[in-house]
Design a protein around this ligand. Sequence first.
Ligand code: PLP
Length: 427
Amino acid sequence: YAPLAEIDPEVKNIIDKETWRQFTGLELIASENLTSRAAMEANGSILTNKYSEGLPNARYYGGNEYVDELEILCRKRALEAFNLDPAKWGVNVQPYSGSTANFAALTALIQPQDRLMGLGLPDGGHLTHGYYTAKKKMTASSIYFQSLPYAIVPDTGIIDYAKLEASAKIYKPRLVICGASAYPRDWDYAALKKIANQEGAWLMADIAHTSGLIAAQELKSPFDHCDVVTTTTHKTSPLVPVPDLENAKDLEKRVNDAVFPACQGGPHNNTIAAIATALKQVAQPEWKAYAKQVISNARTLADALVSHGYKLQTGGTDNHLVLWDLRPIGLTGSKVEKVCDLMGITINKNAVSGDASAQVPGGIRLGTSALTSRDMCEEDIKQVAEFLHRAVQISLTLQKEAGSKLLKDFVRVASTPQEGLVGHQQV
Ligand code: PLP
């Protein structure tokens, strides 16, 4: 029962340093958010001790009466969050992460080596949507299935639905996947359903990035058109990083069997508790106001960057993220990410459409979920945009001065903790 600080001061110290980093920096990673204290309490609870392979009331272990109650509650809240009729939709909250939820969905829907089509990674798609390179099939979704990516229209940055339809006619996929990690616009689910139907394919939506905004009805609902929907719960919903996987009722058994025993063992009940707690928060009226603010902040950020003359993919955003194309000013995403790190601004380098190599991405991705969770509004975001503008200008100067004393001085000063910053003990 001794506390972490006593049992393992090394790990405690690392956690303290990370706490300090999170509290003193500006978090703009589009796939991150701040989990509530209540959800973290549930996540760190005694539920971590319990094994419960199987489903509520059909477990392979005894002593699951309370875990059953929990999982049933979590499933009910997940359906309510998306306004889904329990007579029509089932939900599985057991997948360990978004990637395993996606692999379970593929396992449920199609056979090994069947064909699927997802948005290409350089165009904003996720690894688990069939990604491979010319040299290597590097994800389970391309190792165990055949995959042909679809793309965005290079000039507009919008999904090329016409080309997808034409390719699907030739490729004849068994599954079309929509949803993305870096796509700043909403989806035309009706058009995708028509394309999938024409080929007799399933349509799956991975709403990992936008589920919180969809739950708030700020973006279109994929549930009107898709057969299976997967999501993580930690991007636009500030929940712990565990997904749930929702599926039309007649697919329910296939999905449940794909999660366990096909892809996983016992569920992590502590995280199911945290999802349940967070879903309760999503059901509160304040949630809608939060989601609206996330989008308004992202639009403010986009407008501010455009007003400085920068190029954004699609020219703006409908959701929580902005994709900034740095190629017109001659910078790579990695350089700006490094400089931002030194300035206490956390962002990530990201491929933008047409990049010659995914290894040297020409852009950065910015998201407003975490800053909005810290109660930042439009005026704050304008200031953040100014910091980003400065980061880019500094990156340009440093690029010209590569290897110079200026660069070394910058790195030294930026890496030295400044007096007056909140020490991590005080956070
Ligand atoms: N799907 C999408 C669209 C994502 O962006 C991500 C991660 O960022 C995932 C799935 C995978 O989630 P996880 O990292 O929890 O496995």
